[in-house]
Design a protein around this ligand. Structure first.
Ligand SMILES: [Zn+2]
Length: 154
């Protein structure tokens, strides 16, 4: 299941990525009209997650060609829980929260020179984003992300 979030739900898109789901959101500088987003959702078989009901007037949404869920203004964790419960999502291998790319598990040799020496020394496994090339590891930041996902997915 792939998602398309409207521009108001960028935070939710990032957390869906952390949970392992392909989630696109329209960022600043791109065409975020309802028509464009609806067409993209249809073409890429993405479920539309939106904060307003305007999309309900779009034919592909009305006739059910595009899956749709309205996500109200709630704390982020509650928004994520709503989507997870509605679609019965399970937690998967995380994607890059920044760019939606898939993460490869790589050894410390691969990232040596690209992350601080202390980090290389203290961790054996790293994650390299196929999309933007960022390197991640299970540090304290990751711990907070994992804790939050744990609360939502149980
Ligand atoms: Zn990335």
């Amino acid at each position: 299941m792939r998602f398309l979030c409207d521009a108001m739900l960028g935070g939710l898109a990032k957390w869906l990525r952390a949970a392992g789901y392909n989630a696109y959101y329209a960022s600043e500088g791109t065409d975020i009209s309802d028509a464009t987003l609806t067409r993209k959702a249809l073409e890429e078989s993405r479920v539309l997650l939106t904060s307003d009901g305007g999309f309900l007037e779009r034919k592909p949404v009305r006739d059910g060609s595009v899956g749709f869920l309205r996500v109200p203004h709630l704390p982020l964790e509650d928004q994520l829980r709503l989507v997870v419960e509605h679609f019965g999502l399970v937690r998967r291998q995380s994607r890059c929260m920044e760019c939606n790319g898939e993460l490869d598990t790589v050894s410390r040799e691969v990232v040596a020179g690209r992350v601080p020496q202390g980090v290389v020394r203290d961790h054996e496994t790293f994650f390299l984003c196929q999309g933007c090339g960022r390197v991640f590891w299970h540090g304290s930041h990751w711990q907070r992300i994992g804790d939050r996902l744990e609360r939502v997915f149980g």
